[in-house]
Design a protein around this ligand. Structure first.
Ligand code: HSE
Length: 310
């Protein structure tokens, strides 16, 4: 029996639409991510449980874990009976890489079970393709950090398709999911197909300065350039009172307020725990819409997906 845990992630990281992603983990030890366990069995079984398992499609063949299993089953042609358990701890359509978490945990578990020995690049490609099949476009900014941990830059280069970036060790990442969903494909569909020269130049400037600031460890510079001109200006229309929320938490001492992935989760960076707690409390009172929503203070998860003890 093997069990794989795959952490939550923040796609785009406020400045790198589709090309930056960070794996995160709550500092209070909460396991914020899906788990997949598998063992040999006499019959094929796919069982789901966990807080968000009731939101999964009832047609098993539309299930991302089933799609991943189907890929390995065809590839190996072994028809080995298998019992799969998905622990769905991540809310679907939250902007926290929920589908990536299920995909990464499933693919790694099957790669181990079927002894397929795919390379890191082959695994990433497969994960991206599966992600594309459910979110309306292949993007690696959730699957790459979820699999490999840390802050990842997606280059799409043949030899070095992803690169791990340095981070600021003292940054605390507050994430707030209101308890409602936004589908990634609809949040992608509202984006323009064309951008002006000025928007492109500004976006290049923001992203390159941010990366420079990471390598030179200039935290204030990085914060000032954590701005997106490609997705966020359009997506804030999907988030009620976004500008008011941003202004208010900045008054409390938060350094940033951005959309995590395609939303509606917001993330904010704080430098000390007392400010982080104030921001967390404010978001809990003012951004959470029901008892499913949550706010966590997180740090970067450098480990990525991993085997966990059963
Ligand atoms: N880069 C993707 C998007 C992330 O913004 O659509 C989705 O979580």
């Amino acid at each position: 029996m093997i069990k794989i845990y795959a952490p939550a992630s923040i796609g785009n990281v406020g400045v790198g639409f589709d090309i930056l992603g960070a794996a995160i983990t709550p500092i209070d030890g909460t396991l914020l991510g899906d788990c997949v366990s598998i063992k040999s069995s006499n019959t094929f079984q796919l069982n789901c449980y966990g807080n968000f398992s009731t939101h999964l499609p009832s047609d098993i063949t539309k299930h991302i874990t089933w799609k991943a299993w189907n890929w390995f089953n065809k590839k190996t042609n072994k028809k080995k009976p298998i019992s799969i358990t998905l622990e769905k701890n991540m809310p679907i359509g939250s902007g926290l890489g929920s589908s990536a978490s299920s995909i990464v945990a499933s693919v790694l578990a099957f790669n181990y079970f079927y002894k397929t020995k795919l390379t890191t690049i082959e695994l990433i490609k497969l994960m991206g393709t599966l992600e594309g099949s459910i979110s309306g476009g292949i993007h690696y900014d959730n699957v790459a950090p979820c699999y490999l941990g840390g802050l990842q830059l997606i280059t799409n280069d043949i030899q070095y398709p992803i690169q791990k970036l340095p981070v600021f060790k003292n940054w605390l990442w507050i994430i707030a999911w209101p308890g409602i969903t936004v589908s990634t494909s609809s949040a992608r569909n509202i984006l323009p197909l064309h951008y002006s020269q000025e928007e492109c130049v500004q976006n290049s400037r923001n992203l390159s300065t941010f990366i420079h600031a990471l390598y030179t460890q200039k935290s204030e510079l990085a914060i000032r350039f954590m701005k997106d001109t490609i997705a966020e200006p359009y997506r804030i229309l999907l988030i009620k009172k976004f500008l008011y929320i941003k202004k208010t938490i900045k008054k409390l001492g938060a350094l940033t307020c951005n959309i995590s992935g395609s939303g509606p989760t917001l993330f904010s960076i704080c430098l000390n725990i007392s400010i982080a707690n104030k921001v967390k409390n404010w978001l809990e009172k003012n951004y959470i819409k029901n008892n499913q929503g949550f706010v966590h203070i997180c740090k970067i998860d450098q480990l990525g997906a991993r085997k966990i003890r059963i």
